[in-house]
Design a protein around this ligand. Structure first.
Ligand code: NAD
Ligand code: DAU
Length: 347
């Protein structure tokens, strides 16, 4: 891997991945980040990286659905590896407005695969970053393995399932060198505050109500974002072409437990007059809300030697401390100021 094209690198996981690759992983090549800068993409997530690594980090504002622009980027930077994060990623938005999900997650992925196919002689790997939500919902028992049949519930997960199938088809039909990862819920620095953990954390700091869908009994398998980044790097480096790897934290929590933990850690770090648990408000459930996700990641552990380094207790504390320390980032995101900055820079 010399020149990696990362799509969606201004989002939550993509930005953490680029940081990890350039600063900690030992990778010595160059990363080109192609991002459309939707509401979820914030170049500020990588400002320091851009300043420090101007020869090894390049940003291109680009839509993965725009085949011509993506081809030009591929050729200009002599790309040999693609790591594909770009997506519409928020389930609730996909329920309200599914169009962009179909366009970016399905057509955008298809475009990139066509590009990769046309440059196959130059391509070392196409890594597709996907989700455990493609497997649908578990009951009280069991785990998702790589052989669990797909059964997506939301427009988001259906669009990601669709993209996974297309990636696999290009591997089988055109012998494209691909790997796929299906990961559980991530949390950590730079997560856009519409997802459960940053939303609750910031609302709790402001003394606002903490919306918990239904009875808060839905279970997610939480993974600290850096552990996901390490898993992706491990798969890209040592994974078998054509294979899928599940990634998870072996860390199942009911939503209510997650919210209560955030309240308790905040009460300890930033004492308030009353326990923040009092802000918890049970609200109308998400339609088609999957009950439980739990990943069996033994394939990744036994074949490639990956293991999560962070426990939920250490990871959530690090995350809370990061948001407390980065209040300016938070304010710019919440006020929408970062979007006017993007408009000025890239008009
Ligand atoms: P995010 O919403 O924070 O970031 C998505 C990024 O993609 C943004 O920077 C956005 O501007 C960019 N983007 C969107 N449409 C684009 C387009 N048409 N062209 C170019 N760029 C575009 O998402 P995230 O949470 O960082 O997720 C990244 C990937 O990981 C997604 O593919 C998601 O399905 C997958 N994933 C996420 C999680 C999670 O818990 N967040 C878990 C498993 C898998
Ligand atoms: O499992 C991986 C997926 O995790 C990724 O593919 C998605 O991109 C990512 O957004 C995430 O999806 P979820 O829907 O699980 O994440 P979210 O943070 O939106 O919700 C987590 C749980 O919390 C879910 O059961 C819904 C619930 N929830 C969410 C919000 C935003 C609430 O109870 N209240 C809320 O306000």
């Amino acid at each position: 891997m010399k020149n990696i094209l990362v799509t969606g690198g201004c989002g939550f996981i993509g930005a953490n991945f680029i940081r990890y690759m350039l600063e900690e992983s030992g990778f010595t090549g160059r990363i080109v980040n192609a991002d459309k800068l939707t509401y979820a993409g914030n170049p500020e997530n990588l400002t320091d990286i851009a300043l420090k690594s101007s020869t090894r980090y390049i940003f291109e504002k680009a839509d993965i659905c725009d085949a011509k622009t993506m081809s030009a980027i591929f050729d200009t930077y002599d790309i040999d590896t693609i790591c594909h994060f770009a997506a519409e990623s928020h389930v609730d938005r996909s329920i309200a407005e599914p169009d962009a999900f179909m366009r970016t997650n399905i057509i955008g992925t298809f475009n990139l695969l066509e590009l990769a196919k046309s440059r196959k002689d130059k391509l070392n790997l196409f890594h597709h970053v996907s989700t455990d939500e493609v497997y649908g919902s578990l009951g009280e028992q069991g785990f998702f393995t790589e052989r669990t049949p797909y059964d997506p519930s939301s427009p988001y997960s259906a669009s990601k399932a669709s993209s996974d199938h297309i990636v696999r088809a290009y591997s089988r039909t055109y012998a494209l060198p691909v790997t796929i990862s299906n990961c559980s819920n991530n949390y950590g620095p730079y997560q856009f505050p519409e997802k459960l953990i940053p939303l609750v954390l910031l609302n709790a700091l402001d003394g606002k109500s903490l919306p918990v869908y239904g009875k808060g009994e839905n279970v997610r398998d939480w993974l600290y974002v850096k552990d996901h980044c390490i898993a992706i790097r491990t798969i890209m480096q040592n994974g078998t072409r054509g294979e899928t790897y599940n990634v998870g934290g072996r860390c199942e929590k009911k939503n209510i437990e997650v919210v209560e933990t955030i309240c308790d850690v905040l009460d300890e770090l930033v004492p308030a007059q009353a326990s923040r648990r009092g802000l918890i408000t049970f609200v109308k459930d998400r339609p088609g809300h999957d009950l439980r996700y739990a990943i069996d990641c033994s394939k990744l552990e036994t074949e490639l030697g990956w293991k999560p380094q962070e426990s939920f207790e250490t990871g959530i504390r690090k995350t809370i401390l990061w948001y407390l320390k980065n209040s300016e980032w938070v304010e710019r995101i919440r006020s929408g100021e970062y979007q006017s900055w993007i408009l000025r820079q890239y008009a």
